[in-house]
Design a protein around this ligand. Structure first.
Ligand code: 0PR
Length: 383
């Protein structure tokens, strides 16, 4: 069999497939995946077409060796600068990570490197990536209680901070409820105790600014770093996370020497890393602009309100009034989820209270909600 690669003809001994046949086989696997139109459990969505085009253009780039890809590296710096400005700090530095998990790991690693070993305090609502942080860094992660509205109880954070605490974490858009912690009060604690404050805005970063929230980013004095994911509400392709640091010192505390590369140091967690997220995130920002993203968020909020009202009319109580485009309803969640899955719908459940969770991403339209509510009616009747 003859196959081509880099302009050369290869003759293989093994039985191989023509490219068309390989792609056909891949297609058969792809077709088993659930279309986003049936998914209300995800914080990801169909990437914007401009993001897909940009992604394909940059598939060969490896930012692990930036000297070979100076154009892609320049684009990354431009993106970081745009986002730094957007989040209130024109001097912010950072890079495009693989997502919120890596950004959270790197933020706490920087905090540990600059402020010393010990423990950190996170809200009980923190994403499970902080379990990985604890395991990887060998630090204790203390979990602060939540208040009645599922925001972190600031007094409990204050109680848990001790002389070995080097960082606290606030969440701007929690995974389960989309709730926003009081970052200003957390900042007060961080400044008074001279410890690091990281804000996990992986989800909320591209939602909250469009809903008038300002008090969660670098405009708040104590905020040292922000995780924000273009591959969630930024409509970029996966993987695309961003970690932003207030100052260079934090980013550079992550550096290791790379003797034989085009650069002498590397501050990223992974070595080889894609340029696709850089290109796709940048493309969306240039094409839609922050104004375009605002319109998308406002539409998601409109649909969230419709979903909330229609499900409430079926007798299910929302856990909180939706703050972002996430809404959870109290019910026998595991059973409801199971029955909804039989109707072809994917929702998630949350830890406390017993509730199902719906994330109203841009792929969830008013029409989706109407069909979903019809199914939910049947499910509730069957219970
Ligand atoms: N921080 C917050 C606040 C998050 O919500 C998430 C992920 C992360 C960090 C971690 O981000 P990465 O998964 O990008 O590393 N939140 C979603 C969740 O765990 C991720 C997700 C997305 C899960 C799509 C499922 C899914 O289908 O629910």
């Amino acid at each position: 069999m003859h196959v081509n690669y880099c302009g050369k003809k290869l003759i293989t001994q093994e039985k191989t497939l023509l490219m068309d046949k390989v792609l056909k086989e891949l297609e058969s696997y792809l077709s088993k995946d659930i279309p986003y139109s049936r998914v209300l459990s995800s914080m990801c969505t169909n990437p914007h077409p401009v993001a897909v085009k940009a992604h394909c253009m940059f598939v060969r780039a490896n930012l692990g060796d930036p000297g070979l890809f100076p154009g892609t590296f320049e684009l990354e710096k431009k993106l970081i600068s745009m986002l730094g400005n957007f989040f209130g700090n024109s001097n912010a530095v950072g890079y495009v990570s693989s997502g919120g998990t890596e950004s959270n790991i790197q933020a706490i690693r920087a905090a540990r490197n600059v402020y010393g070993k010990g423990n950190i305090v996170v809200p009980d609502s923190a994403h499970f990536s902080f379990l990985k942080v604890a395991d990887l860094l060998g630090i204790e992660v203390k979990r602060a209680k939540l208040d009645d509205e599922y925001r972190v109880d600031v007094a409990d954070v204050e109680r848990l901070v001790d002389e070995n605490t080097f960082a606290i974490v606030g969440i701007a858009g929690t995974t389960e409820l989309g709730q926003v912690d009081d970052i200003k009060s957390l900042s007060k604690i961080a400044v008074e105790r001279d410890i690091y404050l990281h804000v996990d805005a992986a989800f909320g970063g591209f939602v909250l600014p469009f809903l008038g929230y300002k008090d969660f980013d670098f405009r708040v004095k104590g905020v040292c770093s922000i995780a924000v994911d273009p591959h969630k509400m930024g409509l970029a392709t996966i993987p695309a996370g961003v970690i932003l640091f207030r100052k260079e010192e934090y980013l550079h505390s992550l550096s290791v020497e790379t003797p034989y590369l085009t650069s002498t140091k590397q501050y990223t967690l992974t070595g080889t890393r894609p340029g696709t997220g850089v290109a796709s995130a940048y493309a969306v920002l240039k094409h839609l602009g922050f104004d375009g993203l605002r319109k998308i968020v406002l539409e998601c909020m409109r649909v969230t309100k419709i979903l909330k009202e229609e499900v409430e009319a079926l007798g299910l109580k929302p856990v909180i009034e939706p703050v972002t485009n996430v809404v959870c309803f109290e019910c026998k969640a595991c059973r409801v989820r199971e029955l909804l899955m039989k109707e072809g719908w994917y929702v998630s459940t949350i830890r406390k209270p017993e509730a199902i969770r719906c994330v109203v991403m841009p792929h969830v339209t008013e029409e989706t909600v109407s069909k979903f509510v019809d199914s939910l009616k049947r499910v509730l009747r069957a219970l």
